[in-house]
Design a protein around this ligand. Structure first.
Ligand SMILES: [Zn+2]
Length: 366
């Protein structure tokens, strides 16, 4: 298994194109043709995590926070970042980061918190954009139709609501004449050939389109693949940061606060608002989301669960009448490793996936 195989499957679920422009995501250190048998997951690749990865002979570290975020002018051991990079490369350890794309994507951090709180009717809190939809139609000899349908489905084509692998197949006859310079899979040069073919149509999101086409061409037996791409007027999924949803049953704010601690496996949280009030509609922005207090309030949330809330943001929330749970930046995002572990273990049986045991929370409460 190569890094590129892991990246392909990972980005099928968490496309890089969802990340904000200012972000730095993807393969940060390494070569996509390096082989991988052991992966370590962590919110952050600190020095302790890197030492742990070296000790465990890890090939790839997957982080949530971008391992390199700002520009670097030198990579040497006079700085902590330079030392980290030097150590990683000397030990043939690659680093891949999935940041805002992981916050925004479905089944990413915010959806996982919503799932752990058992929220229903979950919507995007702050829509970044509506995904454009395309229809891909590809002409395939009958013998290769299953292979092409599988390739399209593996690339995420044909997802409609709660259904996957959706496609439509027409039967017909393909007709072509291989020219002098051709190297035809079927047919003879300069003679018209007719082949029983099928036309397979499937829907595809814009973020997956170019990779889907590349893979269809690779899987197709013909030298020249005939395919069409149509832009659709159908509305695609909304993508954006944060989620908002309803609790199955209203509860006291105090009870919700305890559930948040338990479901995120954290010992302490800070809250604003009356603990005895009933709450029902919950907004979530993992990491650092106090800038979404007004947004959450405008969408009718009773509570915003986030981290990194400053004093004046908390005052603003109290004035507005929306409650805030500050679960901490670390506290609201450390479940990153749980989510990726589950996803990768279901996809790759022969890869060992470890969650880092290093303590990366810089804060200690005394
Ligand atoms: Zn973060």
């Amino acid at each position: 298994m190569y890094i590129k195989d892991i990246v392909k499957i990972f980005e099928n679920k968490y496309p890089k194109s969802l990340a904000y422009n200012w972000d730095n995501v993807g393969l940060i250190i390494g070569n996509e043709m390096d082989s991988v048998s052991k992966i370590m997951l962590t919110l952050e690749a600190t020095q302790a995590v890197i030492d742990e990865a070296v000790e465990n002979k890890v090939d790839l570290i997957i982080t949530h926070h971008p391992f390199i975020f700002k520009g670097l002018k030198k990579i040497n051991t006079s700085t902590t970042k330079g030392t980290d990079i030097y150590k990683l490369i000397r030990n043939k350890i690659s680093v891949y980061s999935a940041h805002t794309n992981f916050d925004i994507a479905y089944d990413g951090l915010n959806d996982e918190i919503a799932k752990r709180l058992d929220l229903k009717d979950v919507l995007v809190l702050d829509t970044t954009y509506d995904q454009k939809l395309y229809k891909i139609a590809v002409y395939v000899p009958v013998s290769h139709q299953e292979c092409i349908r599988k390739t399209m489905a593996d690339m995420g084509c044909g997802n409609i609501g709660n259904y996957s692998d959706c496609s439509f197949t027409f039967e017909g006859v393909g007709r072509f004449k291989p020219l002098n310079e051709s190297n035809p899979y079927i047919g003879i040069k300069n003679e018209i050939e007719t082949v029983e073919e099928v036309k397979i149509e499937s829907i595809c999101e814009e973020s997956k389109l170019s990779e889907a086409i590349n893979n269809i061409i690779k899987a197709h037996p013909y030298e020249e693949v005939a395919y069409d791409i149509y832009e659709l007027k159908n509305k695609g999924k909304k993508y954006g940061l944060g989620r908002i949803g309803q609790l199955k049953n209203s509860m006291k704010f105090k009870e919700l606060s305890e559930i948040v601690k338990k479901s995120l496996n954290i010992n302490e949280i800070r809250v604003t608002g009356n603990l005895e009030d009933d709450v029902n509609k919950i907004a979530i922005v993992s990491g650092s989301g106090s800038e979404f207090i007004n947004n959450a309030y405008n969408m009718g949330a009773d509570v915003l669960i986030t981290g990194d809330v400053k004093y004046h943001d908390a005052q603003n929330a109290l004035e507005l009448g929306i409650k805030v749970i500050d679960a901490g930046h670390f506290g609201s995002e450390n479940i990153f490793s749980d989510i990726v572990e589950e996803y990768l273990q279901n996809k790759f049986e022969n890869i060992e996936v470890l969650k880092s045991k290093s303590n990366i929370n810089p804060f200690v409460t005394i």
